[in-house]
Structure formats: C-alpha cells, structure tokens
Write a new protein. Sequence first.
Length: 536
Amino acid sequence: MNILEKLSAINRQLLQTDDMEKVLKGLMDAAIEISQAKNGLLLLKSEGDEGPIPGYSVVVSKNISKNDLEKDDFVVSLSAVKEAMEGGETVVTDNALQDPRFKGSKSVELHHLKSILAVPLKGAKDVLGVFYLDNQLDAGIFSDETVAALKAFADQAALALQKARMIEELKKANSTLSVEVEEEWGKRQQMEREMAENRLKLKHEYGEIVGRSPRMTQVLQLVDKITDSKVPVWIFGESGTGKEAIARALHFNSVRAKHPFVSENCSALPETLLESELFGHKKGSFTHADRDKKGRFEYANKGTVFLDEIADMSANMQAKLLRFLQEGEVRPVGSNDIVKVDVRVISASNKDLQQLVEEGKFREDLFYRLNGITVALPPLRERMEDLPLLIEHFLKKVSERDGSSQALKISPDALRFLMNYPWPGNIRELQNTIETAVLFAEGGVIVPKSFQFKPSVLGRRRGAAGAGSGFRSHPKAPMEPELEKVLLAIRDQGYHKGNAAKVLGISRRNLYTKLEKYGVPFELKDLKVFIDDRFI
C-alpha cells in the first residue's frame, strides 16, 4: 500500500470511528509500515509533566514495552525526540553510534541504536507531537525517499490528529452542554415550584389575590415594593380585575394597617353627596344635614382612602381633591374649620386617565398628584393560566361559606368551556359564574350542564337551539395519533402544560419537544386557538 492509499485509509477511519485510541494506533501502524522501522513511538503534547519528556506523553508504542519506557536508561533516543520537538525539524541518522550528535547518549550506546528517525507533527501554531522510529540492527534504512514520505505522512497525520481532537472536544462540549441544559432545566423547574409555593418569596402575603402567571407575579412584585411608601398609587384596569383587592393589599400589609381603610366609588354619588362623603359636613349645611358628619378623609386619618372610578369625578370635585392632596387638610361642607389629616390616597379607574388628560376631561395636575405609581392590572383573558387557580379558590370559598365537608370540583370538560370564554367581566364575572354553577353541580362536581344558566359560557347565544349551535363546524384535517393524544391531554387539563405532561407520563421538556416537532405554538393564547381549531 503506497503512502496516498495509507493516508486515504486513515482519513476514512477517522470518519468512521469516534475512538481516539484506535485512530492513534492506526497512525502509528502506518508510520511503521511506511518507514519499515522495527520500533516506534507516538508522543503527543500533554499538559502533564509525567513521562520522559515533560510536556509530552507517549500515547502509542510499537515493539517497546511499558516497562522499558519507565526505565532510567530509556531505550529510545530522547535527544532525537527533544530536537524534533523543540526545533520542529526532522532528525534522521543512518548510524547513531557513529553520529557525533548522539555521542554520550546513554540509550544509543546501551542499546546499539543505529537508524533513528524523529519526525515532528506540526500543527497550525506549534508542534503537536513526534513520530519516533528506530532500528537496532540495520543502518541506513531511512532513505531520503522514506524520510520524504514520512514527512508528508506526518503533515497529513497532524491534520488528521487535529480533526480527531476537534471531534472529540466537540463531543465533550456537547456532552457538557447537555448536562448544563439538563441542570438549567432542573433549575427552571425548581424555580417554578418555588414560585408556586411562595410567589417568588414576596415579602407580604396576598391570600385574596390569586395568580401565578408572569403578569400577576410582576404586579405583586411591584405592590411588594411600594407597600410601605407614601407615594400615591393609581390602579388601572378593566372592571372586575381586582383593583380594590390590590388597594386593600397595599393598606393591610403596610404600617397603616392598624388604622382605617375606607373606600368610595366616585361614580356612585352625585357631586354634592360625594363632597360630603369625602370631606364631611356641619349640621344644617344642606337639606337633611341633621348632624355633624366626619368625611372619609378625616375618618381614615393615618390610614388609607381608596377612590374607585376616579375618572368619573366632576371638574369641581377634581379641584377640591387636588387642594386636599396639596395641603393635606379638609374643610367640611358648611364649616370654616380646617382639619389636618394624614392619609394615603389610592385611586383606581377602568378608563385611561392619561388619555382623558389629553382629551381635556381630567385635570393634568391632579393626574400627576394621583399617579405617583401606576399598577396596571391585566384582564383575565390575558392571564388565562391563572383561571384554574381562581376557580379552585372560589370553590374553596363556597365550601367554607356553606360549611360543606364535600370538596367541590370542576370536570375537565367544564374547565375547557371556561378556558374558551373571554370573560368580559373578568374575575368578578368568574366568581359569580362559579358560585351559581355550584348550585347545579352533580355530586359536588361542576360539569358543562352546570352552566346552562349562562349559555355564552357554553359557546351558545341565548335562545339558540341545540347543544352545539354556537360552535364552529368545519372539516378537520387528519392528525397524527401522537399529536392528537398530546393536544387532547392539554385540552383536558385546562391548557395547563405541566399537568398535561404528568397525565401523558412524560417530562415537561419532552412535551415541549413534541409540540415543537408538530409546529404547535407554546404561548397559551395561540395554543388555545390551535387546539380549538382542531377539536371544536
């Protein structure tokens, strides 16, 4: 076999095996065959200091035993090896016993070494290793043609060696990366468990505010930071999103908790009555004012006043509220007396005050007084992953209220209907719906029929005939059995991917892999649409 065929065979071997030891042995065998040497070593650069030459280690030996390598009178010419490594040039001698370069070499003299060849394996930047070849019996076996062939082979061997090392390092890196990915996945799962247990270890408890979605976690983290602040807070959100619950949390977790929390709906009273409610009045100041009355601000001294639907306050009342916020004092209707009070004002609205300011419908100076911090509450349709938790919370409250020993539950089919409904009335609508559905539960379990009182939840308009009259009807494309099984599990678990994975008996990571395989979106909103389009 000529040198080109030998190199081709070595390269094929590199492509076919990931066994580094086998590759190195093949290189050594090829060098022996090309050179016709009796003995051979392949030494490679090493970070260790062990071995006859510090920084290099013997990785393959041919016809030289391990015991010989460990002897003080090493049976190969270390001087030739060192010269090839340090100089990067081939070292060759026809008869080392007569070569002045090896005069005094203990190994040459002791073992009568004659033909010696040391060929460096040159990498891109330095010498990677050395082929050492010798013959004790014959002199002059390494002809110029043989040396040239070995040098060419060594250059190719260096490339092969670099390729093999690159493959090996890549596999190690992939293995390390896989471990790191698994560790990160484990950390993420642990974090999710911790979030579920203590809501990111928030400083305060928020028992009446249910939600573990990212949107609600952000809200509670903000509330946690501003609880003890005196800065006014404006809570912005649709009706029924829980604005008063946030206001109560801000008060009862603060240093003001021992003092009154009072609330007033600014859209529920006409202007004159609202002024009296907030600032108080003197007896006889207007019809039916038959006694002195403290206003909400004075009553809540050192506590908190929650002004709901602040956007509906009249321009005149806006001016009076602004004066109170600036001066911290109230003057009851019909009185000239000034009363100093210390209250924290929390306001709320389902209308965007900033937009009303731009439209000239709300005082800009009052807006900035009220809006020290904005807490924006997401509508329920944007945090549907919290729906199962909210349902469980309301069912528990109903059981406690009614003194029932039976645990109330909701069936997967019923939950699926609730997940498909947009909840325009948000959490308030959900609570009322659940409390009513309990009346129609079957054996303590809410089923789809329990929502007959509310056809819109079942996807039907009032008065529509037939159980499925409100559903879309279109032909369904055939699905892979595996995909259908996964989607049904997610749907039946109320679109909770973690619970679906448990039902399927797979890890959450495996579930995500399957979703990605079939092009299924991960985000809840898109996932619901994807599943509904295939089953409804």
